[in-house]
Design a protein around this ligand. Structure first.
Ligand code: ZN
Length: 287
């Protein structure tokens, strides 16, 4: 599932490629993926210009002319692919099958721009969605029960501490993965953040010392920023996409390394099940 760095990578890819483009046509074959009937989408989108691209949590916000905004969520298995004249950009969940061409059998929505380039929304399991909102409605939707953006400068030690205080009995990994507390962190980066801070993922929030809280915050900022720099574990370049994994995969310190030696202390990385997810940690240097 794409986490914040992967969605941010998609956002930046779109920013580079579709700003100022005018939508000439839109199609979608899955009614549940859009929040209005298709004719409404067609009518609204046709002739709309892409003004800006934003992100909130794991949602991409495509700002359009005429005060319309298109919200896109890739959920578990969604992928956005832009096919330009000379280049293609893909981001989100790596879909191996049918990867060589778009549209393919996982393509459910297609934006065609006036220059004939296209943006494809592919999704294996069709949990991903698009929502069309006016400006005011968008603000309301974005405010719904979401915690702070971890990379925002407003996400300070004080804010982090307040969030932690609300859930003293959460396990740390569980806390990090809950978007009500802080958005955009999933299974991969929560493991990496706990490793960075040298805390066990299954420890309770209330047992954290001030020093550990400071390290966790530093871990959140450093790891997410570094992952964005390496374009996450998403695929940003079709030509290099054969290996499936994005560049950050090579930087992972603990995620899914159970059974192997810890990079930091040489101990044995172990796994535990938490809330149905497998977590990797080093019991020697994470306490
Ligand atoms: Zn270790």
């Amino acid at each position: 599932m794409p986490e914040l760095p992967e969605v941010e990578t998609v956002k930046r890819g779109l920013e580079k490629n579709i700003i100022s483009k005018v939508i000439a046509d839109f199609t979608c074959d899955t009614r549940k993926m859009i929040n209005h009937p298709l004719p409404f989408y067609k009518k609204t989108l046709k002739g709309s210009k892409v003004i800006k691209i934003g992100r909130r949590a794991k949602m991409i916000i495509i700002g359009l002319s005429g005060d319309w905004n298109l919200l896109a969520h890739l959920k578990m298995t969604g992928q956005l692919v832009y096919r330009g004249q000379n280049r293609s950009v893909v981001g989100g969940h790596p879909i191996k099958e049918g990867f060589e061409q778009d549209p393919n059998r996982f393509t459910h929505a297609i934006f065609t721009f006036s220059d004939k380039t296209r943006l494809y929304f592919n999704d294996v399991r069709k949990f991903g969605w698009l929502r069309l909102y006016r400006g005011a409605e968008l603000a309301k939707q974005l405010g719904h029960g979401l915690g702070p953006e971890p990379l925002d400068h407003h996400f300070t030690m004080e804010v982090f501490r307040q969030e932690l205080k609300k859930r003293p009995n959460n396990k740390i990994k569980q806390f990090l993965m809950d978007p009500k507390n802080v958005v955009g962190i999933g299974n991969i980066y929560s493991d990496e953040i706990c490793f960075f801070a040298r805390v066990r993922p299954d420890r309770k929030v209330k047992t954290l010392t001030d020093q550990e809280i400071a390290l966790l915050l530093k871990g959140i900022k450093n790891i997410l920023n570094e992952a964005i720099k390496y374009e996450g574990t998403s695929i940003s370049d079709y030509v290099n996409a054969m290996g499936e994994a994005g560049a950050y995969t090579a930087k992972l310190r603990v995620y899914q390394r159970y059974g192997k030696k810890c990079y930091r202390c040489g101990g044995n990385v172990q796994k535990i099940k938490m809330g149905g997810r497998t977590s990797s940690f080093c019991p020697r240097c994470q306490t």
